[in-house]
Design a protein around this ligand. Sequence first.
Ligand code: ADP
Ligand code: MG
Length: 733
Amino acid sequence: MTASQPGDTGAFTLDSRLSGALGGRTAQAIQRAFGYTTVGELLAHYPRRYAARGELTALAALPLDENVTIVAEVLEVRERTMRSRRGSILEAKISDGTGILTLTFFNQAWRARDLKPGVRGMFAGKVGDYRGARQLAHPDYELFTDADAATAGDAEAMRWARAPIPIYPATSTISSWQFAASIALVLDGLGPVDDPLPDSVRAQRSLLAHRDALERVHRPEADEDWKAARRTLRFTEAFVLQTALLERRAESRAHHAEPRVPAPGGLLERFERALPFTLTGDQLAVGAEIADDLAASVPMNRLVQGEVGSGKTVVALRAMLAVAESGGQSALLAPTEVLAAQHLRSIARMLGPELSAELIPTLVTGQLPAAERRKALLRVAAGQSRIVVGTHALLGDTVSFADLGLVVVDEQHRFGVEQREALRLKGRHPPVLVLTATPIPRTVAMTVFGDLDVSTIRELPAGRAGIESFVVPLADRPGWRARVWERLAEELALGRQGFIVCPAIEPRVEEDDGEGLEQSDADAAPGAPPAASVASVLAELTGHPRFAGARVAPLHGRMSADEKDRTMRAFAAGELDVLVATTVIEVGVDVPNASVMVVVDADRFGVSQLHQLRGRVGRGSVPGLCLLVTHAEEGSLARQRVEAVASTLDGFELARIDLELRQEGDVLGASQSGGRSSLKLLRAARDGDLIADARELAAGLLAVDPGLARHPALRAAVRRRLDAEASEFLSKG
Ligand code: ADP
Ligand code: MG
């Protein structure tokens, strides 16, 4: 017998190709829908929930346009001929006791033979709307044939009725039970599976063997099965992830770094002497941590988190100067063109003319004119420019450095680890400094940035006048809308400036191209008016008598980099009074005279996004005012999010509230939702203790077996995880 014959018992391993394990077409459909190519990846497609065979799923609140799987009973079936065209429609009504749903099939009268009244089954499809009633057109279904149960003995029948039905994340091309069937096939053919968890850890934490956990999560006989299985798989996920992160950390620390120690009378000292303000205690403390890192021969890998306006840029700039002293170059990676340009301006300003002339801060973005870009790249390659600021364009092949000595990444949550690495590879393992204004709870930091050391700036520079925040609840008080514009006008009359942030660029049209909305409409309250847009607000202000003399301009992602930059500059110079913008102004934009931030349809933004937006005002000596305008009903989750932001200025507290309100939360940003390397059962919000526990155990294991030589199954699991991450990065281009 050859072990490689697919279908043979014991033929598959977790690394077997799906195309060999399943039919080619099924394997292809699964790959297209979820990107899985191996048996292990398919087996890590865990059920989203479990339905009971006897339990009927709630039909009362079916979300329109979503792919659903429901368990229901057929009530009646009738066939009618169509008047307009030739053919027939078969209509079946199904019910779960809470509601009734119609299934329709065109020219498939034969289905009446299956769909008899009283028959129960699972039905899947996209929920449509026909004349105000919910329906599924051509749903996929699987009927529960009680045959097995009827012919089996009583005990068997009981077990059959008790077995939970796994419901898998599915798409319109591959249904939940196609997953169940494929997974059953793969499980039947799966050979022995080595446990990624060391036996000692498994025993200490009373967890199942890996093979057993896979079996029970996919084919539970009772609820206790999948619960125990999930507990094991969740812990395993945390353990493998932490092992990968700790290894990555050890790996990056294994390289040699050139120690950078600033000399007396050098660039750094000259810079500090000219600085127009004194650094805060936290800025000094974090600066000292960074200086220690830079002076060591182990490459720095540090995350600096600090509130908006806490002065992270100066901290980073001091690190750049320390590196520049010995001729090294620093690259600052910013998430948007606006921010890159602003960073360059403020760095040049802080350096002053003399140091600027020496260090030649240079901008590299995708939208530079070709000639300018060529010149910039030459200066970078020749090592003349010792401070280079740019967007992701910095990662491109055409960019090379003479001596890249420091990588600074601003607002890390927009970049993946891979991008950080791509830039790092342009030097010889240069130190990395990551800046983020999104306060990250410790457990999330451990999950996402587990390979970094973390420094925190909590203190804001003195002399900030503070920000007052208010919710403007239009659902209860529609009249307050006028009052918002009034308040804005009052501030302008005092010589101050304001921002109005909208969720969309243009009013939503029927065929939305998806670009207008910065965030999806999906979680908007039902029945809420369409999202306010830059265009509609602009039109409203233009026609408003109170803004007759005001200089108002738009700022959004569809403008060219040049236009955006010009607008931002004009605003910063006080030549514009109001910017009507999308979230392009979200991070880092700095205009001390701006005092009002109006966010329209604030419920369409996330908690941390709102907090960031609010941080745009109250940055100078004028007090800030933040008005969060919303149609969300009192008590709704959307309204709670907005109210949370108004209730506190403490970003760490907000991050905590955000995690709580999100429950299933996508704290890791896009990378957590979907995709092969994303988290499956683990939730940073909920599983903090478990993650900390797993990290400690993983660290203990790596301390005695750094190469995992004695834990081959764990090493394989770590490699699988990193491979998935890498290929995901590649597929993003
Ligand atoms: P962020 O942490 O949001 O990136 P910035 O570095 O942009 O903050 O700093 C915000 C503003 O505060 C800038 O105008 C900066 O020059 C100023 N600033 C930074 N540190 C101090 C300080 N210690 N005292 C006074 N102003 C400061
Ligand atoms: Mg900043």
